[in-house]
Design a protein around this ligand. Structure first.
Ligand code: TYD
Length: 399
């Protein structure tokens, strides 16, 4: 295959096998038509970008029934409020600045700008979540962002002071289109700010479940610097985040237009020390994934043998990779509890484990809970103190 960024010839270093659409929760009538593809990650030694080879067509993942709503977590609401305030304090200059967010989902971040009367625009391809954003007073355009959208928005609304994204950029195969769109949209000292699951954290934790259809890339600072350099952008700041099990916030500006924070050099050096630029790191990661899989399947079989009930906690997109890679089905996990109404009453993609409302967990707690929403561990542990204190056991593929 050719690298999606620099066209260098690359080969996947492993396969997770046959995968369905990660957020494709379905009903039994749709089982027979379920779409599958092979999930194979690859690393480019030229531009240092971690990517997946095959990706289903975007319309299959992002549509009017997109099952992902950012508002489901109280901690994420807090996170986006902090993110928005940080942008306001540090990066909005000039009179009446415009902020644009791509993949603005249900408006969880932009509502913070809307409430302060700051000019804003969300660009969101999924109509159902965009509608919720509008209900929260967030101006939203139902559209994919790219070179053309950047040009059109600049024409209609003027140049933007900040173009932001959260957990979106890594979903977009055509980063070149985004870079061109940013170039067309941003004013001369405008900033491009985005955060996504961080490759450094994924390698450190073996959190391979970050890899699923929607995440076509898992970025590092090394790769982001290389991606945007041809368009005249440079990294001016890097901020590690706890969200999504370890993320990075990347801040870019036109070269020379803004001072570069010391974090940039520091984190680039840290990534080199961790070997994120070396192919052998990914061979080690492959081995660590295999060990994690063996351990989880062994644990679940032991629970089953001991006659203990196991329930999954949080029908995350990430869990689709775990369940299908490890081939874990309803024989090992009775059901998965999830607070998202659109997922409830459906079955998980590929392995077809029932998804039930949270009440099904709370009213009849299992012996063991498999924490798929591990990125919300603190929030979940606070909420489930009674279960834990009563002797409920937690397991996770990462432990
Ligand atoms: P998320 O963190 O967005 O992960 P992903 O990007 O992998 O989908 O999803 C969290 C899921 O877990 C979401 O479907 C809601 C659910 N959830 C619960 O059911 N209970 C909880 O207490 C929390 C925090 C999340």
């Amino acid at each position: 295959m050719k690298c999606r960024i620099c066209s260098h010839e690359i080969t996947p270093f492993m396969t997770f096998g046959r995968m369905p659409i990660a957020n494709g929760f379905l009903t039994p009538k749709d089982f027979k038509d379920e779409y599958f593809f092979e999930l194979k990650p690859a690393f480019c030694t030229e531009c240092l970008t971690f990517q997946v080879e095959d990706q289903p067509p975007p319309e299959m993942m992002f549509h009017e029934n997109y099952a992902f709503f950012s508002r489901t977590s109280a901690h994420m609401q807090r996170h986006f409020k902090d993110y928005a305030e940080w942008v306001m304090e540090n990066h909005l200059r000039g009179a009446d600045p415009l902020v644009v967010e791509l993949g603005s989902n249900d408006g969880i971040m932009l509502e913070n700008f809307a409430k302060r009367g700051i000019r804003h625009l969300g660009v969101e391809p999924s109509a159902n979540v965009a509608e919720i954003a509008r209900q929260h007073g967030v101006n939203t355009l139902v559209r994919f962002f790219g070179a053309e959208a950047g040009t059109d928005i600049a024409k209609e609304y003027g140049h933007a002071a900040a173009l932001m994204a959260a957990n979106v950029m890594c979903h977009i195969p055509d980063i070149h289109g985004i870079a061109k769109g940013a170039d067309a949209l941003l004013c001369s000292d405008g900033v491009l700010i985005f955060e996504d699951p961080y490759l450094g954290a994924m390698i450190e934790k073996t959190s391979y479940d970050q890899i699923y259809d929607e995440h076509v890339y898992i970025f590092s600072a090394l790769s982001v610097a290389n991606m945007f350099a041809p368009y005249g952008f440079e990294l001016i700041d890097l901020l590690k985040q706890e969200t999504h099990g370890g993320s990075m916030r990347y801040v870019l500006a036109r070269k020379g237009s803004r001072p570069v924070a010391p974090s940039v050099e520091m984190i680039l050096a840290e990534e080199k020390a961790a070997g994120l630029h070396l192919p052998e790191t990914y061979e080690k990661f492959r081995q660590a994934c295999e060990s994690s899989k063996e351990r989880l399947v062994r644990l679940l079989n032991e629970e089953k043998k001991a006659g203990r009930r196991v329930i999954g906690y949080g029908a995350t997109s990430k869990s689709t990779t775990i369940l299908n890679y490890c081939k874990i089905g309803p024989d090992l996990i009775e059901f998965i509890s999830d607070t998202t109404p659109i997922k409830q009453g459906k079955f998980t993609p590929g392995m077809h484990i029932p998804v039930k409302p949270y009440e099904a967990f709370a009213e009849n707690p299992p012996d063991t809970a498999l924490l798929f929403a591990w990125n919300h561990k603190r929030e979940v542990m606070d909420k489930e103190r009674a279960f834990t204190l009563a002797g409920g056991k937690w397991i996770c593929h990462l432990d």
